[in-house]
Design a protein around this ligand. Structure first.
Ligand code: SF4
Length: 244
C-alpha cells in the first residue's frame, strides 16, 4: 500500500492491540512518552521501557504498562508504532521510499477496517509525519557514527563481520549488556520541561554528535550505532552502508 491506497480504521478502544507486542522505540518516541507523562526522559525510560529505552515495556500479564483499563494512559505521546497501527511501515529500495502493510488484528479486536479514506488521511489523523520527520533528523547521526568508527578502528587488523556481529549482539541483548553511555544518551534527551520540542531535538542531536566525535572505543560506538539504527527502523546491516 502507498499513501494513496484506500484505507480507514475505526478504533473502538477495546485495548486488545495494546497486549503482547514488541514495540521498538526511537529517541523521539521517548521524548513524546516523557512529555505525555510529564516526567523526564530518564523517568520515562525507567517507567515505560526495557532494553535501555529502546523497547516499550509490557507487564507479565501481557498488557502495555501505559494501558489504563482499555485506554492508553499516554495517548498524546503514544509511540509511532501505536499511531501507525493497524498499519506497519517498510522502507523499500532506498531509505527515502516507503510502503505500508496491513497488520493482523488482535484476536477479538473491535477495530473496524474500511476504505472511507486513504492511507495519507489515516496518517495525518494519527500525527505520524512529525514522528517520521524527527526520526529522519536522528538518522543524520548514523553518518557521524560511521565516520567516527572508521577513524577509530583498523579493519585490516580487525575482522569486520565479527566486529559488527558483536555490535549487534551487544545492542540487542535483553540483559547483561555492557555499560554504554552513548546508548544511554540516545534515549535520554535530558530534562525537557516546557522547552519547545524542536529545540529539545536540536540540542539532543548536537550533544549526541559531540559525544560520538569524542568517543574512541570502537565497540561502544558500533553498539550504539546499531541501537540507534534499529530504533529508527533500519536493519543493523544498514549501519555499515553509506547513507541509509
Ligand atoms: S503506548 Fe498506549 S497505544 Fe501504545 S501499546 Fe501502550 S497503551 Fe497501547
Amino acid at each position: 500500500m502507498n499513501r494513496n491506497s484506500a484505507f480507514s480504521y475505526l478504533c473502538n478502544a477495546c485495548g486488545l492491540c495494546c497486549h503482547n507486542k514488541v514495540i521498538t522505540l526511537s529517541p523521539y518516541d521517548v521524548i513524546r512518552l516523557a512529555r505525555a507523562a510529564r516526567v523526564s526522559t530518564r523517568e520515562a525510560i525507567d517507567r515505560f521501557t526495557i532494553r535501555r529505552g529502546s523497547v516499550l515495556k509490557f507487564s507479565d500479564r501481557g498488557a502495555c504498562v501505559a494501558l489504563e483499563g482499555t485506554r492508553c494512559g499516554i495517548h498524546s505521546g503514544r509511540p509511532l508504532a501505536c499511531r501507525l497501527y493497524p498499519l506497519g511501515i517498510e522502507r523499500i529500495e532506498d531509505a527515502h521510499s516507503e510502503k505500508f502493510v496491513k497488520l493482523e488484528p488482535a484476536a477479538g479486536s473491535l477495530g473496524v477496517y474500511g476504505i472511507e479514506g486513504d492511507v495519507d488521511d489515516f496518517l495525518a489523523a494519527q500525527g505520524v509525519d512529525e514522528y517520521l520527520a524527527a526520526n529522519a533528523r536522528y538518522a543524520s547521526l548514523l553518518a557521524v557514527f560511521r565516520e567516527r568508527i572508521a577513524a577509530t578502528i583498523d579493519f585490516d587488523r580487525v575482522e569486520p563481520r565479527e566486529f559488527w556481529r558483536r555490535a549487534v549482539r551487544e545492542a540487542l541483548a535483553e540483559s547483561n549488556y555492557d555499560t554504554n553511555p552513548l546508548i544511554d544518551a540516545i534515549f535520554d534527551a535530558g530534562g525537557i520541561g516546557d522547552i519547545a520540542e524542536a529545540e529539545v531535538i536540536t540540542a539532543h542531536i548536537q550533544r549526541l554528535a559531540e559525544k560520538i566525535r569524542c568517543e574512541s572505543n570502537a565497540e561502544m560506538l558500533a553498539a550504539a550505532a546499531v541501537m540507534l539504527a534499529v530504533s529508527l527502523g533500519y536493519s543493523p546491516a544498514e549501519v555499515q552502508q553509506p547513507n541509509p
